[in-house]
Design a protein around this ligand. Structure first.
Ligand code: NAP
Ligand code: F7E
Length: 325
């Protein structure tokens, strides 16, 4: 019998990479999609797997829809990747962010406890929960949390609920605390893809400027395709636990800009960048840098793509989209 997995957030960035990974392992993959008149399958199309996933309808803000899906499927594994994941919007949409990212996880956990207690559950936790917290400039599983956005706070609730269901009901529930991971199918609102898309548009002669916010923020950027293996491995362990996934090095937004312009063969990036205060945040997370030692030691996981390779991969994909090279 094939193992089956349900992935929420199947239409986002990580959903398609994880689905592809699980399909290659022989899984039957179900993808939760919201009721849309016109769902967007572009990211699954990009990876060539749209027809290989079976889609089920449900919404993280609707508890009964999740009950039904979980009761009907009783899949061996559930990967909860669905979220209002854009930090920048979370101040204006704090209630929605909380309903999806925090309460949605409570609904999923309650459904698993009631209808599928042997199902293994993965929660997409985030380095945004650390916010200002660090241990000598790094963050690991023991670093204190100090979230700086409604997004980070909503994810912290979900993180602790995931821990609490493990401790209270003996369920197999694990958190992956993932640092920023990017790819050619990253949504355009996130800074990396906004930059690589913007640089490609400049190269194609479609625009002359790229407006950004805080260039000094530092992030630990890896490749999403590498991270889904770590996510999978967390659910294959003997016992549930929480793990940090990241590269262990960070770069500023400015360094990403420099690398992206250089990869596209454009000199003097300063001529094209304008600073627009609209893209700055009410409270910033200045620096995130993972210590992924536990994942390496216990899961045997390590990221493969370097920062330079990631930028190159994203720039090449965007240049191709605009028909330039
Ligand atoms: P993403 O591209 O924003 O995808 C999120 C998905 O969630 C979207 O497909 C969206 O569906 C779905 N969704 C939103 N609200 C929903 C609702 N009410 N019910 C059902 N589905 C809903 O995010 P990602 O980059 O793939 O990240 C995956 C997960 O990891 C997220 O939980 C994110 O917060 C977390 N995370 C990401 C990173 C990162 O760097 N990428 C790092 C740490 C943690 P639609 O397509 O219908 O809008
Ligand atoms: O911002 C700065 C911005 O929106 C990165 C999500 O996947 O990773 C992601 O959250 C940095 C911030 O990602 C612009 O202020 C400057 O310091 O790409 P981002 P994020 O906020 O780090 C975490 C781990 C998640 O969990 C989230 O779901 O870049 N920045 N100028 C800008 N950011 C954006 N978006 N746009 C700008 O113009």
């Amino acid at each position: 019998m094939k193992k089956s997995a349900l992935i929420t957030g199947i239409l986002g960035q990580d959903g398609p990479y994880l689905a592809k990974f699980l399909l290659e392992k022989g899984y039957k993959v179900y993808g939760l999609v919201r009721r849309y008149s016109n769902p967007n399958f572009d990211n699954l199309d990009y990876l060539g797997i749209t027809g290989q996933v079976e889609y089920v309808e449900g919404d993280l803000t609707d508890e009964s829809s999740l009950y039904n899906v979980i009761k009907n499927l009783r899949s061996e594994e559930i990967y909860n990747l669905a979220a209002q994941s854009f930090v920048g919007h979370s101040w204006e949409m704090a209630k929605l962010t909380t309903e999806v990212n925090a309460l949605g996880v409570l609904y999923l956990l309650n459904s698993i406890k009631t209808f599928a207690p042997t199902t293994r559950f993965y929660q997409a936790s985030t380095s945004e929960m650390f916010g200002l917290g660090h241990t000598n400039g790094y963050q690991d599983e023991g670093t204190p949390f100090h979230p700086r956005s409604p997004y980070g706070i909503s994810k912290l609730y979900a993180y602790w609920m995931t821990v609490n269901f493990r401790e209270s009901y003996n369920l197999f529930t694990s958190n992956g605390i993932l640092f920023n991971h990017e790819s050619p199918i990253r949504s355009l609102q996130f800074v990396t893809r906004k930059i690589t898309d913007g640089v490609a548009r400049i190269k194609a002669g479609l625009t002359k400027k790229l407006a950004l916010g805080n260039l000094e923020a530092r992030r630990d950027w890896g490749f999403a395709g590498d991270y889904v293996e770590g996510i999978y491995l967390m659910l294959q362990q003997e016992k549930p636990d929480d793990y940090v996934l990241g590269t262990g090095e960070n770069h500023s937004v400015k360094e990403f800009v420099e690398a992206a312009f250089a990869a596209a063969g454009i000199a003097k990036w300063q001529d094209y960048i304008v600073i627009d205060p609209r893209f700055k945040r009410p409270a910033e997370v200045p620096s995130l840098k993972a210590n992924p030692k536990k994942a390496k030691d216990k899961l045997g996981w390590e990221p493969k793509a370097s920062f330079k390779e990631l930028v190159k991969m994203m720039i090449e994909a965007d240049l191709k989209r605009y028909g330039v090279s």
